[in-house]
Design a protein around this ligand. Structure first.
Ligand code: BGC
Ligand code: BGC
Length: 856
């Protein structure tokens, strides 16, 4: 047991959570400091089901249902049973596959859409649902024909669908402290999902994030388990309906999945898919808080986390999945895996993992691995690695849900209630509800001199890169997985913050103008500066320190300039979490944390501006559901509850009625510079710390620190050229011949294996001028014999000369070609023996490229 494990502290529970681990091990009096006998030291990952709660499953035993399930089960072949426990992704399977393999379910992951088109209209989603449904009940090759169910991440509304009204992400909903509102949002989300023929949403996320550096913090309502618990059951009921009502799971309702079981928000250093090194009591008291009311509300599925508890992957943890969740906590729905998460269980691969199944995973999420997994699982059932009873148990659980949901009688998705009723993606009532949610989610942190509410009949400037940017307002899990690569045209009917201000001032006889950079045509009476995090999802949002990335500082310049001109400034932060904002808080007269409000930006002007008669229109009611850091030194608040000293505590939020002044804050972030590195290796023509730029032929190596430079005896000449900013790129002219490579390199290896599984790419923004040599290769490296490179001349040659474009190389391709992506020391290697004139400005991880390379 490591010392850190015996004194685990958490952000929320305070001193209470500083439970000496020994107490848990049954040591009589830990306070006496008696050394625990070594022989008694228990495995820190040992599970004690008897200490867990035992919520009531809200369904009485139902003999008729059990009979239906048993009868159907008897008719099924072993192949059909194995099919039921596997879920494939629509990007990697066709309706014909469904017909042949009878999978129990399909999903559309964050990056998947009908025909691969993330902007596919709603009717194409519905049509695809019909096609998969028809294939699933097709019995022309024999079989029983069990209707499939389709799961999707409707995370903040039906967020994969263009045109759907999107609600604030959960971090913002947390600030509303309003369970009733949550129930309404859940009901509307279910309706939206139904219009496209989809049955199941992987929501709500009932995580209780304890470290805001985690890239999924915004998917959680709060760091406070009590608040999460007060929402979880209400939200599940909003989605699924009341367990005792006849329309439970039917009509306007969908199947819900609480996730990610367990302690996804408790991992060390807030690392996504990491390890929660905490005692079992903390697992139970903090991270399990939402599952209890969810089970009492009859949640039908629970998604098992990618992450680990004390070194054991949840996807393979029998003690938690079977003994605690199913037996002790009476959960009788089915467990579903996370995206190939089973492949991370020791001894498993994405297409082979009896361990997870035997530990209690009922349905594998096997997006692109379903085919191999099907074969292997079938083999394992036949040879006894997986017992038939275990398979029957999993299938029984899945069939129960399907019967309860009525899908055997429901007919094709398009014929079910709301199927094709696309006006229910964005009705005026939905917009009004979302706008109200935005209003309630805003937290006022400063309002010196009572600047707000402001008279709307004045001249107002809205500026900053978030001013007119619905994508930035909406964050990750929006149309695309990362929420990137979108513009306002992708959000028909939505209102940006600028749009809201424009309407409000116009209605009051005032005026408004908008610029990204703080410039204006007419001197404004008020400037609203909107800035913050750009969209991200999952591990791509993990931070080492709680600051905006180094390159995002333009808003500070804008605020300084406006202040110098004596224009009062309201700062609006768009972010998935609290961040260190002391400089911004100092610069602005008023400061609002707006989280990720979604498509109804008008909710912001509703609160900022007065009514015509000068009275308050809507006051601020939002209160922090995450405490706000005083400095940026990473894990700011779980550094120990003793030192718990947030700038603004949980529950903080000013109103127009109370005191609103904030005194100047220290501007020392207190962080070492090398911690600022974030998935970006080369930016604006220079390497990002701790990366460097190198030219080498193996024996002759030059580190390029200034330009112009020459390497390998003149073989490669390096100069600066412009891209986006002055001298924002480096140009490499390869003359003569002989081996030569340009590399972005670091002594410290980075682990990109999670990114590789998640379809993340290495993005290189580059251009070429003139001919491209036939032998040009692009690759990553990780020490002798461990890298991989891919032919690059065709891809590069196909790009127009003289124009910067972003090429994306899926990390998977390097992996397929033998690279060990868990220890990359060169994130870019460009190599040729020929002549070449090439420049690049950026090397970073991401998911949106002008040109994506295929692995072949
Ligand atoms: C995420 C889940 C999500 C699933 C399907 C996973 O990577 O962790 O939250 O439901 O993908 O998109
Ligand atoms: C999918 C997401 C998934 C992620 C896994 C992406 O390619 O689109 O749904 O959550 O991979 O990390």
């Amino acid at each position: 047991m490591s010392p850190s494990m015996s004194l685990v502290r958490t952000k929320h529970l305070g001193a209470l959570a500083v439970v000496p681990f020994l107490l848990l091990l049954g040591c009589k009096d830990a306070a006496k400091d008696e050394p625990a006998p070594v022989a008694q030291a228990e495995d820190p990952a040992a599970v004690h089901p008897e200490i867990w709660p035992s919520p009531k499953w809200p369904f009485a035993p139902d003999a008729a249902l059990e009979e239906k399930v048993a009868t159907l089960l008897k008719k099924m072949t072993v192949e059909e049973k194995v099919g039921q426990v596997i879920q494939g992704d629509i990007a990697s399977m066709k309706p014909e596959d469904m017909k042949k393999y009878h999978l129990g379910s399909i999903l559309a992951g964050g990056g998947s859409a009908p025909g691969g088109n993330e902007r596919a209209p709603a009717k194409e989603w519905l049509q695809l649902a019909d096609e998969f449904y028809a294939a699933s009940i097709d019995t022309s090759n024999g079989g029983v024909g069990i209707p499939m169910i389709w799961g999707i991440d409707a995370m903040h509304g039906h967020s994969n669908i263009v045109g759907a009204v999107l609600f604030p992400h959960n971090v913002g909903l947390g600030a509303t402290h309003n369970p009733k509102l949550l129930g309404d949002i859940a009901r509307v989300t279910a309706e939206q999902v139904r219009t496209t023929g989809i049955d199941w949403t992987f929501a709500p996320t009932v995580t209780v994030p304890q470290d805001d550096r985690w890239g999924r913090a915004y998917e959680g309502y709060s760091e406070d388990p009590g608040l999460v618990a007060s929402y979880a059951g209400v939200f599940v009921k909003g989605l699924q309906g009341d367990p005792s009502a006849p329309d439970f799971l039917r009509g306007h309702h969908v199947i819900s999945s609480t996730k990610h079981f367990l302690a996804d928000g408790g991992t060390e250093n807030g690392r996504d898919q990491g390890d929660a090194k905490i005692p079992e009591t903390e697992l139970r008291d903090i991270h399990n808080a939402g599952y209890v009311p969810a089970i009492e509300a009859g949640v039908q599925t629970i998604m098992i986390s990618f992450s680990s508890w004390n070194g054991v992957k949840h996807s393979g943890n029998k003690g938690l999945m079977t003994d605690v969740l199913k037996k002790r906590m009476n959960f009788e729905g089915f467990t579903v895996g996370d995206w190939n998460a089973h492949g991370q269980v020791p001894g498993c691969t994405n297409d082979n993992c009896p361990q997870a199944f035997n530990a209690g995973l009922d349905m594998f999420m096997a997006p692109d691995s379903w085919r191999g997994l099907y074969d292997n699982t079938l083999k394992q059932v036949k040879d006894g690695t997986i017992a038939m009873e275990r398979l029957d148990e999993a299938v029984t659980r899945i069939l129960r849900v399907k019967f309860r949901a009525g899908i055997f009688e429901a007919g094709p998705p398009s014929k079910r209630p709301l199927g094709g009723d696309f006006k229910m993606l964005n009705s005026p009532e939905q917009r009004a509800l979302a706008r109200d949610a935005v209003r309630q989610s805003l937290v006022l942190l400063k309002n010196n001199g009572g600047l707000l509410p402001f008279a709307a009949n004045k001249h107002v400037l809205v500026t900053g890169d978030g001013a007119d940017n619905v994508s930035k307002q909406s964050g990750g899990w929006t149309i695309t997985w990362q929420g990137t690569g979108l513009n306002n045209a992708d959000f028909p009917g939505a209102t940006s913050i600028w749009g809201g201000v424009q309407a409000a001032t116009k209605a009051a006889g005032g005026s408004a103008e908008m610029s990204k950079d703080g410039s204006f045509k007419k001197k404004p009476d008020l400037a609203i500066v909107v800035f913050g995090e750009n969209p991200y999802a999952e591990f791509q949002g993990d931070l080492k320190v709680l600051t905006l990335p180094g390159s995002m500082t333009q808003h500070l310049d804008i605020m300084k300039k406006l202040q110098a001109e004596k224009i009062p400034v309201v700062a609006i932060l768009l972010s998935g979490r609290p961040l260190w904002q002391n400089r911004e808080l100092n610069l602005a007269n008023a400061y609002v944390a707006a989280w990720l409000p979604g498509t109804e930006g008008g909710g912001i002007s509703d609160v900022l501006f007065k009514k015509k008669d000068g009275s308050v229109n809507h006051d601020f009611t939002g209160k922090l559901s995450y405490s706000w850091p005083r400095n940026a030194t990473g894990a700011p608040l779980n550094v120990g509850q003793k030192d718990y000293d947030p700038l603004f505590p949980l529950g903080f939020g000013l109103t127009y009625a109370g005191p609103q002044e904030l005194a100047p804050l220290s501007e020392d972030p207190g962080i070492p510079a090398e911690l600022m590195n974030t998935g970006s290796y080369f930016d604006k023509g220079t390497p990002v710390q701790p990366w460097s730029l190198r030219v080498s032929n193996g024996s002759d190596t030059t580190r390029v620190t200034t330009v112009p430079a020459e390497a390998i005896g003149g073989r490669v000449k390096v100069t600066a050229i412009d891209d986006e900013v002055q001298e924002g790129a480096r140009r490499f002219v390869f003359a003569g011949d002989g081996k030569a490579a340009v590399q972005v390199t670091s002594e410290n290896a980075v682990d990109l294996s999670r990114e590789a599984n998640g379809d993340v790419m290495m993005l290189v923004r580059l251009r070429h001028d003139g001919a491209v040599p036939k032998d040009l290769k692009i690759g990553v490296a990780c020490g002798p014999g461990c890298g991989a490179s891919l032919p690059f001349s065709d891809t590069l040659g196909a790009l127009p000369a003289g124009k910067f474009q972003t090429v994306g190389i899926p990390l998977k391709c390097f992996q397929k070609n033998g690279a060990d992506v868990s220890k990359v020391t060169e994130t870019l290697v460009l190599e040729t023996e020929g002549k070449l004139d090439l420049a690049f400005s950026q090397v970073k991880l991401g998911t949106v490229a002008d040109k994506t390379m295929s692995c072949n």
